[in-house]
Design a protein around this ligand. Structure first.
Ligand code: HEM
Length: 156
C-alpha cells in the first residue's frame, strides 16, 4: 500500500457514526461509574456528540469541532479548574477502551496503539489543564493524530 492510500485513523475507526456510537455508550457507562459520575454530573446532553466531533477532527476527519464548537481553546477551557486526578484520568481512558471493545471497534494492534497513544496524551493534557493556574492559549491548534509517533519530547 502506498502512503497515498493509507486511511486516516478516522476512516479506520468507521467515521463519525462509529465515534458517536462510542461516546454515547461511553458516557452512559460514565454516569454509572462511582469514580467518574461526580466529575460529569453537570454535562449537557450534547456532550457525547461534542467529544465525538472533537475526536473525529483529531483523528483526521472533518474539522467540524473547530468550525462550530470553538476548536481546541474551547475544549481546554472546559477542563480548567476541574482539579482532575490521575486515578480519574486512568479510569476515563480505561472505560473508553472497554467501551471500544464492547462495541467491536477495530482492535488491530496498530490502530489500538495509535488510539491509546492519543488518549494517554490527550487525557494527561486534560489533567494538566485542570490544575490551578492553567491558562488557555486562544490560538491553540487542534492536535492531529496519525498512525505514528508523538513528535518529540514534552515542551509544556
Ligand atoms: C483525550 C482526552 C480527552 C478529550 C479528547 C476530551 C474532550 C473534551 C471535550 C471536547 C470537551 C468539551 C465538550 C463540549 O464542547 O461541549 C470536554 C469537556 C469535559 N471533559 Fe474532557 N476530554 C478528555 C479527557 C478528560 C478526562 C480524562 C476527564 C476527567 C476524568 C475529562 C472531563 C471533562 C469534563 C468534566 C468536561 C466538562 C463536561 C461538562 O460540560 O460538564 N475530560 N472534554
Amino acid at each position: 500500500m502506498s502512503n497515498h492510500n493509507v486511511p486516516s485513523l478516522y476512516e479506520w475507526v468507521g467515521g463519525i457514526d462509529a465515534l458517536n456510537r462510542l461516546t454515547k455508550r461511553f458516557y452512559e457507562h460514565v454516569t454509572n461509574d462511582a469514580q467518574l459520575a461526580p466529575v460529569f454530573a453537570h454535562m449537557g446532553a450534547d456532550h457525547p456528540a461534542h467529544v465525538a466531533a472533537f475526536l473525529a477532527e483529531v483523528l483526521g476527519g472533518p474539522t467540524k469541532y473547530s468550525e462550530e464548537h470553538g476548536g481546541h481553546p474551547h475544549m481546554i477551557r472546559q477542563h480548567l479548574n476541574r482539579h482532575l486526578a490521575q486515578d480519574q484520568r486512568r479510569r476515563w481512558v480505561g472505560l473508553l477502551l472497554e467501551t471500544a471493545d464492547e462495541l467491536g471497534m477495530p482492535d488491530d494492534p496498530e490502530f489500538r496503539s495509535a488510539l491509546v497513544g492519543y488518549l494517554e496524551w490527550g487525557s494527561r493534557l486534560a489533567v494538566i489543564n485542570s490544575q490551578p493556574g492553567a491558562t488557555v492559549d486562544p490560538l491553540a491548534l487542534m492536535p492531529k493524530w496519525g498512525w505514528g509517533e508523538v513528535k518529540g519530547p514534552y515542551v509544556g
